[in-house]
Design a protein around this ligand. Structure first.
Ligand code: AMP
Ligand code: MG
Length: 402
């Protein structure tokens, strides 16, 4: 198929064209989920801050573990004890700092207590049940690197070193528009006139963008008209870092997106050797990136995830790690090899430790419910057939939405 760009070439081409956003802002830790760090964060304190007990028990000198010891102090979490004198032990609780003099903690289950005297039922060795200062993070070490997209667990780690504010890149603003004379917004009509459909792409795109942490500006529906298309594209490009349209990007005389982008800017890519998603355009309107996605709703999901997402991440100052391709046993067969790289909506299940995968029985790029049904995409290289039971590569959808 001449003229169709393979996915890896297309990705290389668009990624080399992706300029990371330069503006930064300071945000509180509490609102930083999904934001991208603009600088390395170093540990201001060691974690933990001091040697502390991993157990409820007694802190003592390991060399005295065969003796009867007098319990002379009590150290709950949050307070510091005094030196453990020879012949004594300190009652200690999980997380409390190990007092000077003590070099081991014995679990309370391994002691017998008689009044204020303890006797160990088994010996301890020096260092036992002590969590060393800095064992999680050493003071001054790099906690997270610039470019990190913050996950929930990262926020906890940053809190553990006392970080309350972060320098992050400003959120990318993504303008979206839906082309098509046939589109009707849900809620505006009780029923559809012949030929009409409800606009679903708007909602898929909006959801994907929001879940990935981008700011969305919605430019609504655009009729299949060259002037209207150009006006909205221009306004959207003016107000956004990236514009994503759906529909109208093919070669029919009702498809105006490609020509109007060329009138306002330039196209760098058009038509991919990918199924679904052959008609896909990438270009620029001024300094704003532009993606023209196909109209078919399942193709929108696939092309967004495979092509737009990595580009947006790169512009946001982070890297989208390519989704892990896992081997799974096909519970289907494909007898006719295709000429494009195919992404098939599929469902993966764990069957006794092995992954098995079945396909949705309607792979039409218009069938959006197949994406809701799916939890994975089978990635099928061009020219490949599949026999039942053979291993195929799958990518989990969860990996594409975070
Ligand atoms: P197009 O690429 O404009 O030729 O559209 C291809 C198919 O996708 C047509 O069947 C359209 O009706 C459908 N389509 C286009 N835009 C949307 C949308 N926003 N929501 C749902 N379906 C759409
Ligand atoms: Mg259309």
């Amino acid at each position: 198929m001449a003229g169709l760009t393979p996915l890896d070439e297309a990705l290389a081409l668009i990624l080399e064209d992706a300029t990371p956003v330069a503006d930064v802002e300071i945000v509180p830790l509490v609102g930083a989920l999904g934001r991208t760090l603009a600088e390395d964060v170093l540990a201001a304190v060691p974690v933990p801050n001091d040697d502390n007990s991993a157990m409820d028990g007694y802190a003592l000198r390991a060399e005295e573990s065969s003796m009867t010891l007098k319990v002379t102090q009590r150290i709950p979490a949050g307070s510091a004890g005094e030196e453990v004198a020879p012949g004594t032990a300190a009652r200690i609780f999980t997380g409390a700092p190990v007092p000077p003099g003590a070099d081991a903690v014995v679990m309370q289950e391994n002691c017998t207590l008689d009044g204020d005297q303890i006797q160990l039922t088994q010996a301890v060795v020096a260092g036992e049940n002590i969590r060393r200062a800095g064992q999680d993070l050493e003071q001054g070490s790099r906690v997270l690197a610039a470019g990190r997209r913050l996950q929930a667990e990262d926020l906890g780690v940053l809190a553990s070193v006392g970080c309350a504010e972060l320098k992050v890149y400003r959120r990318l603003v993504v303008g979206i528009l839906s082309t098509g004379d046939e589109l009707v917004e849900p809620g505006t009509a009780a029923s559809l006139a012949p030929g009409q459909i409800f606009n679903s792409n708007r909602y898929t795109l909006q959801g994907l963008l929001v879940s990935l942490g981008f700011e969305v500006k919605d430019f609504g529906m655009v009729p299949d008209d060259p002037d209207a298309t150009r006006r909205v594209l221009e306004a959207a490009a003016e107000a956004s870092d990236c514009v994503i349209s759906t529909g109208g990007v093919s070669v029919g005389e009702e498809d105006h997106v490609k020509n109007q982008v060329q009138a306002l800017g330039s196209l760098k890519l058009w038509k991919l050797r990918v199924k679904p998603g052959k008609p896909l355009a990438y270009g620029r309107i001024g300094s704003t990136g532009f993606f023209g996605l196909p109209g078919n709703p399942a193709a929108v999901y696939v092309t967004f995830s495979m092509i737009v997402r990595p580009w947006l991440f790169a512009c946001q100052g982070t890297q989208a790690s390519p989704p892990l391709a896992l081997p799974a046993q096909a519970e289907f067969e494909i007898k006719r090899a295709g000429s494009r790289l195919e992404f098939l909506r599929a469902r993966v299940e764990d069957s006794d430790g092995a992954l098995r995968v079945q396909l949705h029985d309607n792979q039409s790029s218009g069938v959006l419910s197949s994406v809701s049904w799916a939890n994975a995409l089978v990635v099928l290289p061009p020219g490949q057939t599949v026999a039942c039971g053979e291993a195929v590569q799958v990518v989990l959808l969860d990996q594409l939405s975070r």
